[in-house]
Design a binder for this molecule. Structure first.
Ligand code: PAF
Length: 285
């Protein structure tokens, strides 16, 4: 496994792979890797000749400076894990290598076909512009055949599908396939997240109330309306000391618009556990 820190070296490695007709799988990450990332990487190594993992805490997708400063970083531990997974290249650039000063100020603007108007897009203005800015750059640099993303960030995944399949940029991505990978949970039900590292042992215990409530809501959905289930999820989580719901929306899995039926619906939640902002979701069918 080779660790690359410059765009030029990455493009050289990619052009060598292309010369040899090797397929490339890309797993974009912000590091602080856990078993959820490992599942994406395993799939990418199985399905491609070469697997590239990017490890880059992208400043332009953080609308909160404190959140950016506190985001966990440990490239040595990440490299150790990736070394056991059959990864060919790790791309770990500095922010200065990725962006000019001007780009860092996030001038990038993208049409998301309305998919950014709700949930994370509404709560974190500019967030998805930053995500698309970095992801489209990573696609350009690595020219992947497939790119792997987790379903925990469901809205992000919907926006990336839109960018590659339906946006005005779509022709620049060739035949790139976006591969959706299911949420990985601890045995307790807690969705794996790099942000879990910021939870104390007690907070981690408290956070279990999120997945427990989402799973219980599958039963509630059998004889309650969408709005009743939505409200009950919010009330149940808020009743747990230490948790505070920012939003719970039950939306159509394709349009992300609020829906009145459970068919093709997904419930997306954001909850503060102390100072840590956690997201999770559940599909109703
Ligand atoms: O999901 C993430 O970790 C990030 O948003 C991504 C896709 C790596 C872009 O920085």
């Amino acid at each position: 496994m080779k660790i690359i820190t410059t765009k030029t070296a990455l493009q050289q490695a990619v052009s060598e792979c292309k010369k040899q007709n090797q397929s490339i799988g890309l797993v974009p990450t912000m590091g602080a890797l856990h078993a959820g990332h490992a599942s994406l990487v395993r799939r990418a190594t199985e399905e491609n000749d070469v697997c590239i993992v990017s490890v880059f805490v992208n400043p332009t997708q953080f609308n909160n400076k404190e959140d950016l400063a506190k985001y966990p970083r440990d490239i040595e531990r990440d490299a150790e894990l990736l070394g056991t997974l059959g990864v060919s290249y790790v791309f770990a650039p500095t922010p200065e290598e990725m962006y000019s000063e001007e780009e860092m100020e996030q001038t990038f603007e993208f049409d998301f076909g309305g998919l950014d108007q709700m949930m994370e897009g509404k709560m974190r203005p500019g967030h998805f512009n930053g995500v698309v800015q970095v992801v489209s750059r990573l696609f350009y640099l690595t020219q992947p055949d497939r790119a792997y993303f987790g379903e925990k960030d469901f809205q992000q995944l919907a926006i990336i599908h839109y960018m590659v399949e339906r946006s005005e940029l779509k022709d620049t991505f060739g035949r790139l396939q976006i591969v959706d990978c299911p949420i990985v949970r601890e045995a307790s039900g807690l969705a794996l997240s790099s942000r879990n590292e910021r939870l104390s042992a007690d907070e981690k215990q408290t956070a279990l109330g999120i997945s427990r409530t989402l799973i219980a809501s599958l039963e509630w959905a059998k004889n309650m309306s969408v709005e009743q289930v939505r409200q009950r999820v919010v009330d149940t989580i808020n009743a747990i000391e230490g948790l505070e719901v920012e939003y719970y929306e039950i939306v159509d899995q394709s349009t992300l618009q609020p829906t009145g039926t459970f068919t093709h619906a997904i419930g997306c939640v954001t909850v503060y556990c102390g100072p840590v902002r956690l997201i999770d979701n559940i599909k109703y069918n």
